[in-house]
Design a protein around this ligand. Structure first.
Ligand SMILES: NC(=O)c1ccc[n+]([C@@H]2O[C@H](COP(=O)([O-])OP(=O)(O)OC[C@H]3O[C@@H](n4cnc5c(N)ncnc54)[C@H](OP(=O)(O)O)[C@@H]3O)[C@@H](O)[C@H]2O)c1
Length: 341
């Protein structure tokens, strides 16, 4: 029996989650929640997705444009086994009482607080913690990047202290006309930034400090880590941990992957929908090792890197497939690679 999944919130993350669910042979997409008519929902209809109205009062708006609405937000909940709530931060939290009312399971996103669900999710680091839970929360794109890179090195080699710098795109391309920063860099003045605490929700005993900045670009984030390891390591060990890690790939300046825009262009050449990159690319030559000190630089493709985790989170809370089988199935369905080129 396929797991029936509804998607609430059809923005950067929601539309990608919906597409990924539609690709799973053990899931069926019940539909998506739409707020009011615009081109994004018209495109969803073209993809064959059923629309459910967030606000009953706005149902007529869709009809005016010749778009049939199948039901309401609460109808979608009742028809689904699991809801993936990709609405903006705090809005997702406000929906939790509805999921409780109908006794349904739900996956929330990284904009919500860990306390909302009491458990957070990263496929490789703590899949089992969400096993059978009613609610879980997929950590943010940056935390997912940290969990896959620093988290893997911590699990396999032992990190004593992690110090991570996050240089973040200020806004996503689809809404960059609405808000942005121009010709400046904005530091997050609270140190550590929230990413440090968030990382510890999935990599439990990591000593981590993070400093974050927003910058006037809109292609992905770029992050750097300085790690003090528990003991001396060799570069080949670091390379081998990252080589073996799911959803981490190497890129190199030798191959002219020299900046975020190169990663962006490379992703589009993969011919995936929207040029999405689910993998976290680590610059091979940035990995420097000196005794017990390791440093590395990676890109965080924020629009897409959490999508495979959302699919695995659905399987974890519904207890439908164990960790390794779920990761393998998700990666095959999305065409996730160990080498991008
Ligand atoms: N963007 C990223 O890079 C990224 C990465 C990882 C995780 N996340 C997390 O993912 C979540 C969603 O972020 P996003 O970037 O995808 O947001 P987004 O692009 O702003 O999309 C949010 C969507 O939710 C809809 N929405 C707003 N209020 C709603 C309501 N009451 N009921 C149903 N739908 C509603 C919006 O519709 P309208 O536009 O019509 O208002 C929009 O379709 C957040 O928790 C965020 O922190 C984001």
């Amino acid at each position: 029996m396929a797991i029936k999944v509804g998607v609430v919130g059809y923005g950067t993350i929601g539309k990608r989650v919906a597409d990924a669910i539609a690709k799973q042979d053990d899931m069926s997409l019940v539909g998506i929640v739409a707020r009011g008519y615009d081109w994004r929902y018209a495109m969803a209809v073209r993809r064959g997705y059923s629309l459910y109205a967030a606000e009953s009062a706005r149902m007529e708006e869709f009809e005016e444009y010749g778009i049939a609405v199948k039901g309401s937000f609460e109808d979608l909940i009742q028809e689904s086994d699991v809801i993936v709530d990709c609405s903006p931060k705090k809005v997702g939290a406000s929906h939790k009482p509805f999921y409780e009312k109908y006794g349904k399971k739900a996956v929330f996103e990284g904009g919500e607080k860990h306390e909302l669900t009491g458990v957070s999710f990263n496929s490789s680091r703590n899949f089992e913690e969400s096993w059978g839970k009613q609610f879980t929360r997929v950590v943010s794109c940056n935390t997912t990047g940290i969990a896959r890179t620093v988290g893997a090195l911590h699990e396999k080699l032992g990190v004593k202290k992690a110090r991570v710098v996050l240089i973040r795109r200020h806004t996503d391309p689809w809404e960059s006309h609405k808000k942005g920063v121009i010709n400046t860099v904005v530091p997050v003045l609270k140190v550590p930034s929230h990413h440090a605490e968030d990382s510890k929700t999935v990599v439990k005993d990591l000593d981590i400090n993070t400093i974050a900045f927003s910058t006037p670009h809109n292609m992905m984030h770029i992050n750097a880590a300085f790690l003090e390891m528990k003991s001396n390591v060799e570069k080949k060990d670091v390379l081998s941990v990252l080589e073996e890690e799911n959803r981490v790939v190497f890129v190199s300046g030798k191959d002219k992957v020299e900046a975020l825009n190169s990663v962006f262009a490379l992703a589009r050449d993969l011919d995936r929908s929207r040029g999405d990159l689910y993998e976290v690319p680590v610059w091979e030559e940035s990995i420097s090792v000196n005794g017990n000190e390791v440093s590395l630089i990676w890109a965080t493709p924020n629009e897409a890197n959490v999508i495979p985790e959302n699919i695995d989170a659905i399987r974890a809370i519904t207890q439908s497939l164990p960790k390794h089988k779920s990761i393998e199935k998700t990666d095959n369905s999305l065409g996730i690679l160990k080498k991008l080129y």
